[in-house]
Design a protein around this ligand. Structure first.
Ligand SMILES: Nc1ncnc2c1ncn2[C@@H]1O[C@H](COP(=O)(O)OP(=O)(O)OP(=O)(O)O)[C@@H](O)[C@H]1O
Ligand SMILES: [Mg+2]
Length: 166
């Protein structure tokens, strides 16, 4: 379990960007947190980290926004308005799970029973004006992500430059 603090939306995006840089091409990531916790903001940073330069819309109504980023693919889900976990089938989830892609899920609770387990679960909570982010691995892949992220953030004497996370 890794805990990070993000004092403002920019820092939240930065965490997303750093996370993208240590996430392999295929991974399932859950973004837990109340309304307005900063899940979409983190996803926006993640996409920017992979070079996406367009606007990142919240998939509140579409439920799913796909992104093709050169070699990489990211599918950003927001299941808040999913009426029933069975509806996930109509979003083509089964095929997406077979493909080499990162799947980001806001409101994964809404897909209970139909979603595959996460490699990594983020729990975002209010902390003063900012947010506290707890990262919990769900697989060996997730443990690798956290290790690499932790190294990037905390290792001052690493060869890679220390990233400007708070
Ligand atoms: N670390 C942070 N500190 C302070 N404000 C933040 C932080 N992260 C995001 N915010 C702000 O919180 C608001 C809600 O963010 P966002 O839309 O990302 O939340 P969400 O979790 O996706 O909400 P929803 O459940 O409605 O989809 C935005 O105004 C955003 O700028
Ligand atoms: Mg959102």
């Amino acid at each position: 379990m890794l805990t990070l603090l993000a004092a403002d939306p920019e820092a939240q995006e930065r965490v997303g960007r750093e996370l993208a840089l240590v996430t392999p091409a295929q991974a399932i990531i859950y973004l837990h947190g109340d309304l307005g916790a900063g899940k979409t903001t983190l996803a926006r940073g993640f996409l920017k980290g992979l070079g996406y330069e367009g606007a990142v819309k919240s998939p509140t109504y579409t439920l799913l926004e796909p992104y093709e980023l050169g070699e990489r693919a990211v599918y950003h889900f927001d299941l808040y308005r999913l009426a029933d976990p069975g509806e996930l089938e109509y979003l083509g989830l089964r095929d997406l799970l077979q493909s080499e892609a990162v799947l980001l899920f806001e409101w994964p609770e809404q897909g209970k029973g139909e979603l595959p387990p996460a490699d990594l679960a983020l729990f975002i909570e209010m902390q003063g004006e900012g947010r506290r982010l707890r990262l919990q691995p769900g697989s060996e892949r997730g443990r690798g992500i956290i290790q690499r992220l932790n190294r990037r953030i905390t290792c001052g004497s690493c060869k890679t430059p220390k990233s400007p996370l708070p």
